[in-house]
Design a protein around this ligand. Sequence first.
Ligand code: FAD
Ligand code: FMN
Ligand code: SF4
Length: 641
Amino acid sequence: MTAFTKLFSPFKIGSLNIKNRTVMSPMETHLCDAEGFVTDEIINYYKERATGGVGYITLENTAVDPVGRVNDGMLCIYDDKYISGLKKLTECIHAAGGKVVIQLSHAGREALPYFTGTKPVAPSAIPSPLTKEVPGELTIEEVRTLVSRFAECAERTVKAGFDGVEIHMAHGYLVNQFLSPESNARTDDYGGDTIRRSQFAREIVENIRKRTPHDYPVICRISADEYTDTGIKLEESKEIARILEKAGASAIHVSACNYASAFYNIPCYYLDEGCFVHLAEGIKSVIKIPVLAVGRILSPSMAEKILQENKADLIVLGRALIADPCFPNKVRDGKLEDIRICLSCNRCIESISDKKLVCTVNPYIGKEGVSQLQKTLKPRKILVIGGGPAGLAATHVLSSRGHNVTLWEKDSQLGGSFRYASMAPMKEPMKKFLDYQINQVKKTNSSVQLNKEATVSSVKALSPNVVILAHGAKHVPVEIKGGQHDGVLNVKRAFMNIDSIGNNIAIVGGGAEGCELADFLAMRGKKVTLVEMRRVMGLELVAHPRYHVCERLKKMGARLYVNAKVTEIGRDYIIISRRREADQRLEGFDNIVIPTLHQSNTELISSIQSFVPEVYTVGDAVEGRTALEAIAEGTEIGMKI
Ligand SMILES: Cc1cc2nc3c(=O)[nH]c(=O)nc-3n(C[C@H](O)[C@H](O)[C@H](O)COP(=O)(O)OP(=O)(O)OC[C@H]3O[C@@H](n4cnc5c(N)ncnc54)[C@H](O)[C@@H]3O)c2cc1C
Ligand SMILES: Cc1cc2nc3c(=O)[nH]c(=O)nc-3n(C[C@H](O)[C@H](O)[C@H](O)COP(=O)(O)O)c2cc1C
Ligand code: SF4
């Protein structure tokens, strides 16, 4: 029996009966085909989320006009030819016990011309903050045509069997561009004060109402705060929400940001959980129709509290459902420790800029139709070497499938390099995820042995049928003149020995690890100098965390040098060299941290291959990368053997 009584109480939006208060956020997957048609992959992806127990799914943003397609990963509904595919999708979701609303969208000035082959359109010829492309200003006739387009598409959604529509009026796309004083400088009926800037949105809602059945849910997703200096703020959004309510909207879905504030829109681990809930609360205070809250709502207790405190009527889950489609059912059944938690790392959003959706912790995305943990008909004796994310993933899958698995970890703890990841400030989700992985392994029959280093003789003595080498990368210190001095450390030692290192630290290498170590040290009051030879700090990081970690470092007064190569290290100094500038000596350091290269780890392979019938290498042992590849490869090999 669940303690989350309100979260699991039913609700209704218009004609849509919802079994609980959870809603899946619209999220592009790029699992459609290049023409925007539904594929089996996308059907299986959503079917799995329906099976996982979410109240209703909001299908990802779907183009109402070819010119408004943001890229070739966007689903389409601008023509009748799309209805049959979408109908197949709604039928599958309904058959799985789910409900589905579709998000209708036009990207306006954010559509990419290299893809659409045409100049983007917008309320005014004000360039996109991202692409800097100047859009064509829509004529008044074109604006009216677009209003009809949204309504025509809504009619198609009824034919395709959807349970409602959501209009994308947020995130800097076309309707948001009309609403915002930042992007709308029109002097006709569609520009000016709040009422006039809302006219496009209002007409869309009114027209949809006329062309869809009575009580058909029409949900409006708005950015209640654009998180920019001159954009929409909550007070104005309250007025907009009232206008939309009057026009016939069934509910308001309260999101935030536009393209200029995109680093806040999909809140990464540097931003607070539930960071937009206050906006939903503000909107709820002025309207009677239901309000949906979104934004890093990851914990069921936070979700329940938001509802209990009447800050919103429905809880929208985005990445939580990418990471674990069964999140709602697991919460309902009290299996909280089985939730594969989202790290808020934003690899997902980065992935869809040029390929299909991936997730660091969920290696099954796009493979939902494939049976995941099928029992083996031929149990084997398998040794997994290394208890990092790759080894843990492989051990869990192989043991769950009925193999006889032994995991050896040379350290006294499981987690591998990912433990260091979880030590950096704000990266507690990584620790929670490791706890989840370890717990999942504990539930299997595998034998986990700590402080157990695999050597050729120990492997020979065990005599396994299969060995999975998940023993991580080979860490090789970067060679720098003078790098052998006493006070010189590598990143891992610096993380582990915080109490014994001095107050003034130079970190050579502003890659992902260097930036996070700098953050870790600066947070503890150390004076930090970070030197990177490339143009950008934290180049390997996902763009959102990269932006935030750099901002944090600047705020804490860290000295940051880019385009600067450290050519020499002394006991308390470093020499940095920059193009067309004289070398510079920075001194007074207590410790200097140098980077390590994470190379492919071929140790053991050749020596055990002669007596182990099958040997596989996964994760960083193949090549130093990230937990995403480690978990994906560990899982894949686990499903294959
Ligand atoms: C500071 C830092 C921050 C990071 N941040 C992120 C992040 O935010 N997101 C992300 O995706 N990735 C991050 N990474 C990278 C991520 O941690 C690695 O890519 C991931 O841990 C690789 O997993 P793995 O299982 O392949 O190897 P590892 O995690 O390196 O695990 C290998 C394990 O094998 C053990 N081992 C080695 N040899 C033997 C042997 N002979 N016998 C028994 N055991 C052995 C080791 O002790 C270790 O526990 C970060 C890494 C660091 C250092
Ligand atoms: C991969 C990805 C794709 C997204 N695509 C859309 C989209 O199509 N339409 C939309 O309104 N928001 C989109 N978003 C934003 C989410 O709907 C949601 O607002 C955001 O992820 C914050 O919610 P969360 O913290 O629960 O993930 C996307 C987010 C992600 C991670
Ligand atoms: S990629 Fe990261 S942020 Fe995205 S769903 Fe997976 S764990 Fe969450």
